[in-house]
Design a protein. Structure first.
Length: 140
């Protein structure tokens, strides 16, 4: 660590470095190309509760257990999936569900394709209308 000289006192000193302290996770922002389709997926299929928002740009906020998911409409969504075979090996959000079998039934009722986790956990991966991967897992 560098030392500095104080001309007034004639002494060398080390400056105090303040460390940033992150206190909690607030939200994840997800770019979407069609807000109506994404709203249906996150609000109806996944059942996330909406949160009021006062901002004027096109988007929808959801909140569960104090954490928010922000859908932000953009002209084009650029996918970043690296592994087409194993969806869980891509960037994803993860939510806990009460029952994995009920979750599978709901996804099938809405015509959503999903992959079960290969880890042996009671978890699956589904894609939103723009191809963003969502993990849904029953935590014991």
């Amino acid at each position: 660590m560098p030392r500095f000289y104080n001309r007034t006192t004639g002494n060398f000193y080390k400056p105090q470095i303040l460390m940033m302290q992150i206190t909690r996770f607030l939200h994840a922002a997800i770019p979407v190309s069609n807000l109506e389709q994404s709203d249906h997926f996150y609000g109806t299929v996944l059942g996330l509760p909406k949160r009021d928002r006062t901002l004027t740009f096109s988007g929808t906020w959801y909140e569960i257990d104090g954490i928010q998911v922000h859908l932000i409409e953009v002209p084009t969504v650029i996918g970043d999936a690296q592994n087409a075979e194993k969806w869980g090996r891509n960037r994803h959000l993860a939510f806990s569900v009460a029952d994995i079998d009920t979750t599978k039934e709901q996804l099938m009722a809405h015509g959503c394709e999903f992959q079960m986790s290969n880890s042996g956990r009671a978890a699956l991966f589904v894609k939103d209308p723009d191809g963003h991967v969502i993990e849904l897992g029953a935590i014991a």
